[in-house]
Design a binder for this molecule. Structure first.
Ligand code: HEC
Length: 431
């Protein structure tokens, strides 16, 4: 079937979240248990249960319009919506002729109405933010990582459209740069000192460099076939590119002068190295999403040191660092913000405003204040935590966010966000 050839890069946690949601929706659990021989649709996710749709007017329109990029699990495992809400959700993914749009929205609102979501809790506080969002040109592109470049442009990795995009927030002008290897799954983004944009080609096991002036892409393949899933990239002070390789359980160091890539395997099996930062002294720190640990690497020997986090259930997904070289992590599994002092190993944790199921995810530090998004609540939130007062403040993201997988601070202390499921990028101006 043709859909098997399409790229459907997934992160492990996504699949788990969908399975949890589907369990809460008994009608669909019943449908999911039907034998696969009756099914004409792609599975919900990697190894996930297949999904069939209930009969009703508009069903065939949904089947033809909504399965080219992903399985019907995206619909079955969603929180449902009103008719207008459904139109808004899929208009960032596909443009349909008015008749079909109406049939699809009507069908979805009938069979997938809104259902109770985890509560969104916002907290008042001293900061003011202005959140501006832009729909990006390639529909359904799943903007994964945002990047603020030195010349004040907002970049994004259009993971499912195989493009890097660039927005000038002053004029709203956008340009998408096609990449070289088809379906490479551009994921993480970072910029080098000369303004070249580097990305991880998650689905094609490569790292790429885009010259924004010419559109030329240079690719660096992995030196070892075991080095799958290049994930989050970051430069150190010596201009070397470090990146995590989640499924390969590795961290890599690339020397741009020679193109040489060196690999280090994490001591804990299947520890899923995920977000990464570099300390003021050039030490890379990594969160291990498959276990309750943070790790650091010696900048030259790449020797790994692990820092256990106290709760066995903790699954740190993203990481940030303050100017005092203290590590902050978003505990996706438990809904906590954590602080690790690598000097002493001491850990302190605070429950996220929207609670244990809020799935804190994309994260950044701006002017020594911690920012992150609660990715499981609908709409997603933007959360601010001031380490001095230990107080949270939070806002909803106007577009809903659709899972904010990463964010980055600008030198002015503002933030850029990639809103993956709603196909948008955001600039948060902090006052
Ligand atoms: C051009 C590609 C594309 C098409 C066509 C498409 N989608 Fe999507 N859709 C996406 C992407 C990308 C995501 C984000 C998936 C992810 O992050 O795992 C998504 C996610 C979703 C979600 C989950 C959103 C959330 O907030 O969790 C729903 C629901 C959805 N799609 C419904 C639809 C429906 C209904 C249609 C048909 C009318 C459709 N999609 C067609 C690309 C597409």
């Amino acid at each position: 079937m043709f859909w098997t050839a399409l790229p459907r890069p997934r992160c492990k946690g996504d699949t788990r979240a969908r399975l949890i949601r589907s369990v809460a929706w008994p009608t669909f659990v019943a449908l999911l248990l039907l034998p696969s021989s009756l099914l004409a649709q792609p599975p919900a996710g990697r190894g996930g249960p297949p999904v069939i749709l209930p009969d009703g007017p508009g069903k065939s329109d949904v089947q033809s319009a909504c399965t080219t990029c992903h399985g019907l699990g995206q619909i079955a495992n969603s929180w449902g919506n009103t008719k207008a809400g459904w139109e808004q959700v899929f208009s960032s993914m596909v443009v349909l002729p008015p008749g079909q749009r109406d049939a699809v929205a009507g069908y979805l609102a009938t069979h997938f109405p809104e259902r109770p979501k985890p509560p969104v809790v916002t907290r008042p506080g001293p900061a003011k933010v202005d959140i501006q969002e832009w729909l990006v040109p390639s529909l359904g592109s799943r903007p994964h990582d945002p990047l603020w470049s030195h010349d004040g442009k907002l970049w994004w990795a259009g993971q499912w459209a195989n493009v890097l995009g660039r927005l000038d927030p002053r004029t709203g002008a956008m340009k998408e740069f096609p990449l070289k290897t088809p379906r490479s799954g551009p994921h993480g983004l970072t910029e080098d000192r000369s303004g070249q944009i580097w990305y991880t080609g998650n689905s094609a096991a490569l790292v790429g460099m885009l010259d924004p002036n010419t559109g030329t892409v240079t690719e660096y393949p992995m030196p070892d076939p075991a080095a799958r899933d290049p994930h989050t990239p970051i430069f150190d002070q010596k201009g070397r590119l470090w990146f995590t390789l989640q499924q390969a359980n590795m961290v890599a160091r690339l020397e741009p002068k020679t193109g040489e890539i060196e690999l280090a395997t994490m001591p804990t099996p299947r520890s899923l190295p995920y977000g990464m930062v570099v300390s003021s002294t050039g030490v890379p720190f990594v969160v291990l999403f498959g276990t309750n640990k943070v790790a650091s690497l010696s900048p030259e020997s790449m020797e790994v040191r692990e820092y256990p986090l106290p709760n066995a259930e903790t699954r740190p997904r993203r990481i940030a660092i303050t100017s005092d070289d203290v590590i902050w992590y978003a505990d996706y599994a438990r809904g906590y913000l954590g602080r690790l002092d690598p000097q002493t190993g001491a850990v302190k944790e605070w429950p996220s405003p929207s609670g244990p199921k809020s799935q804190p995810y994309g994260m950044a530090v701006a002017k020594d204040v911690i920012w992150y998004s609660e990715s499981a609540v609908r709409p997603n939130t933007l959360v601010r935590f001031d380490p001095k007062t230990e107080q949270f403040q939070s806002w909803v993201i106007p577009s809903g966010g659709g899972v904010v997988r990463n964010m980055m601070a600008t030198p002015e202390g503002n933030l850029v966000l990639a809103c993956s499921g709603v196909n948008r990028v955001a600039l948060v101006t902090v006052k």
